[in-house]
Write a protein that binds this ligand. Structure first.
Ligand code: NDP
Ligand code: 2IT
Length: 445
């Protein structure tokens, strides 16, 4: 790493002890920025990097609620408002037992550059709680969301901070959160959250957007190397919002998705995943992935080894951070994978990414390939601001255009910096320079 960058990185390590995912996310971006600092000394003089690494505001709060047995339960809630230079703070909420400040900060940091890449006027943020919706009843989830919003509402607003979903926060949770916001403030302020229901300010395509967007991005990458998704074998990890719609779109474009997973294991289905059955098992029944295999003759469940041992041309990690490790990358390379695109945030470990890049695999980092979700959130905000709602085809066309533009921005920047095909470098530099220029323009604030 460049010495200027190393100094700032050392400061990040000192200031944020133990936050390993945050350190990893910062290092991944910094590893790309050496050539930029050589070209633009004003970024060093203006301490732009130190400023970007320090969130504008970090909110940590108690979330008290009462479970079905009448016991008082306490969780910890977070909202890290990272950067508002490009627009209001924007980014999802994650409810998962693994959540702590380091996870929220890594996600918020990534979100700054992702949101910049979308070309939309949105800043970066992330929030959540160490709450596990899987082990809570419907009524408990509602009470938890109400308590969470009872604290968070004072920090939100359509021009201030606009959360959405992430792991463990889907349409159901956004409904409870919006209901409580509306009740406390006495305002039907639809632009305050995205991922809303379609009858109360939600946007068509937002549900599908992240998964569809990943596949639109992969389509662009494959065109670049003279290949196509038609007839390709694909593996998609996870079976949540991002995974389901990545599977749906990949199959619509002629691929066969032969495997998907959850935290309990994975299924291989050589006939191609039946996405309607998968939706039913995961979204209606809220069941484990094994139930998919129980209902489908062609599918086999496994809780040993890894989904990445299944031979595929295209691998889409869409579950969680650091789920695809060095040995997984080696297995994918041995099976001649051509494209790996991150649907989740930071799903590939640095060692895995290095293996893939050294083997010449076309690799897309999440901040580029999964940006379709937040970009469509920004489209939802546009519709809310105009008190309008657009049709599915129109919104989907905008999403496709946005993914095309992000692809070209990353590919073009990589080429400009002498590393054609390096989407990591392209995404980091293109995402960063737009934010850095805005930071400089606004003075020391
Ligand atoms: P969901 O909660 O809908 O689904 C998450 C999926 O990942 C589930 O199948 C879950 O399995 C699995 N998973 C979660 N944690 C783990 C873990 N520790 N180990 C193994 N599997 C795990 O979340 P989303 O689909 O919304 O999010 C998936 C990823 O995509 C996340 O990284 C998120 O940050 C990212 N993302 C989401 C966007 C969105 O719009 N929703 C936008 C951009 C990125 P199980 O049910 O067993 O826990
Ligand atoms: O990681 C992400 O980009 C998201 N979870 C979506 C955020 C949003 O505001 O739509």
């Amino acid at each position: 790493m460049d010495t200027q960058l190393q100094k700032v990185y050392d400061q990040v390590l000192r200031r944020n002890p133990g936050e390993v995912e945050f350190h990893q996310a910062v290092k991944e971006v910094f590893d790309s920025l050496g050539p930029v600092l050589r070209k633009r000394p004003e970024y060093v003089e203006g301490a732009v990097l130190s400023r970007i690494c320090e969130p504008e505001r970090q909110i940590i709060f108690r979330v008290p609620w009462v479970d079905d047995a009448g016991r008082v339960r306490i969780n910890r809630g977070f909202r890290v408002e990272y950067s508002s230079v490009l627009g209001p703070y924007k980014g999802g909420l994650r409810f998962h037992p693994s959540v702590y400040l380091g996870i929220i900060k890594f996600l918020g940091f990534e979100q700054i550059f992702k949101n910049s890449l979308t070309g939309m006027p949105i800043g970066g943020a992330k929030g959540g709680a160490d709450f596990d919706p899987h082990s809570a009843s419907e009524a408990e989830v509602m009470r938890f969301c109400q308590s969470f919003m009872t604290e968070l509402y004072r920090h939100l607003g359509e021009h201030t901070d606009v959360p959405a979903g992430d792991i463990g926060v889907g349409g159901r949770e956004i409904g409870y959160l919006f209901g409580q916001y509306k009740r406390i403030t006495n305002r039907h302020e639809s632009g305050v959250l995205t991922g809303k229901g379609l009858t109360w300010g939600g946007s068509l395509v937002r549900t599908e957007a992240t998964g569809y967007g990943v596949v639109y991005f992969v389509n662009e990458m494959m065109q670049e190397i003279g290949r196509s998704l038609e007839g390709a074998r694909v593996a998609v990890s996870g079976s949540g919002n991002v995974a389901i719609y990545a599977i749906e779109k990949a199959q619509q474009l002629g691929a066969t998705v032969v495997a998907c997973s959850d935290s309990s294991g994975y299924v291989v289905d050589e006939r191609g995943i039946d996405v309607e059955l998968l939706k039913h098992v995961k979204e209606v029944e809220r069941e484990r992935i094994r139930c998919y295999a129980d209902r489908r003759d062609s599918a086999v469940f496994s809780d040993r080894g890894s989904i990445w041992q299944v031979p595929v041309e295209v691998a889409l990690p869409c579950a969680t951070q650091n789920e695809l490790r060095e040995e997984d990358a080696r297995a994918l390379v041995a099976n001649r994978v051509a494209v790996v695109a991150e649907g989740a945030n930071m799903p590939c470990t640095p060692a895995a990414t290095a293996v893939l890049q050294e083997a010449g695999v076309n690799f897309a980092p999440g901040k580029a390939s999964n940006a379709g979700g937040v970009a469509t959130s920004a489209l939802e905000m546009q519709q809310n601001a105009a008190r309008d709602s657009w049709g599915f085809a129109e919104t989907d066309a905008k999403l496709q255009e946005i993914m095309h533009d992000i692809h070209d921005r990353c590919a073009g920047t990589a080429e400009e910096y002498g590393q054609p095909g390096n989407y990591i470098l392209g995404a980091n530099i293109a995402g960063f320079t737009k934010v850095a220029d805005a930071v400089i323009a606004m003075g020391v604030v």
